[in-house]
Design a protein around this ligand. Structure first.
Ligand code: COA
Length: 166
């Protein structure tokens, strides 16, 4: 698939979310490509959309409205270093390698900095991946550094912790 124009929004914009009413069904389908048997509870989805410690980002194609990519960040409040954990990063299997994952992640990072970065401190972003999924290059391309060596762990099935200071 080639790159088509897209729009990215974040869950802290309640006004827009109301108009993206079909997002929840598409989110369920997209997340099912990451977690088998994924079932979303609508009340939990709405709770997360309103939660000030959670950012959910959605990238949709302008032409069709199809949800192509998503990512989530959760604030971990701390008096010394403000940290956030990124999870549930997935691009629709028909739309990979077109740049939507980067668009989604960079939008998520910008919004996290705007909302959560404390003056004079770094905002430290963490995420994990399983090297067996062979997606480490995605996080390297986005500027994350592994806190464990993905090469060493490639055959072990362990999870790698990645970090980026904003
Ligand atoms: C990993 C994933 C989210 C990447 O999304 P994507 O939309 O295909 O990524 P993009 O097209 O935006 O790629 C952005 C950059 O990452 C690189 N990249 C993406 N996937 C890669 C991979 N599997 N291996 C190496 N590099 C990769 C691209 O080459 C691109 O590099 P560049 O911008 O420097 O040229 C997507 O492949 C996916 O959903 N995989 C299955 C679910 C998954 O593994 N999620 C992460 C759980 S930890």
């Amino acid at each position: 698939m080639q790159f088509l124009d897209s729009q990215t929004i974040v869950s802290d914009n309640q006004h827009k979310i109301v108009f993206w009413i079909n997002t929840i069904e598409q989110y369920q389908e997209l997340m099912g490509q990451l977690h088998s048997n994924f079932t979303i509870q609508p009340a939990l989805f709405q709770y997360l959309c309103k939660d000030t410690h959670t950012l959910l980002v959605f990238t949709k194609l302008l032409e069709t409205g199809a949800l192509v990519s998503t990512a989530q960040a959760n604030l971990i409040p701390d008096l010394v270093t403000t940290r956030a954990m990124i999870n549930n990063v997935v691009t629709h299997r028909d739309c990979r390698s077109c740049g939507y994952g980067r668009i989604t992640m960079e939008y998520l990072e910008r919004r996290a900095v705007e909302l959560w970065k404390v003056k004079g401190q770094s905002l430290r972003l963490f995420l994990t991946n399983s090297p067996s999924k062979r997606n480490s290059g995605f996080y390297v391309s986005l500027g994350y550094r592994p806190l464990t060596d993905p090469g060493v762990l490639e055959t072990t099935g362990y999870t790698v912790l990645w970090c980026k200071d904003m």
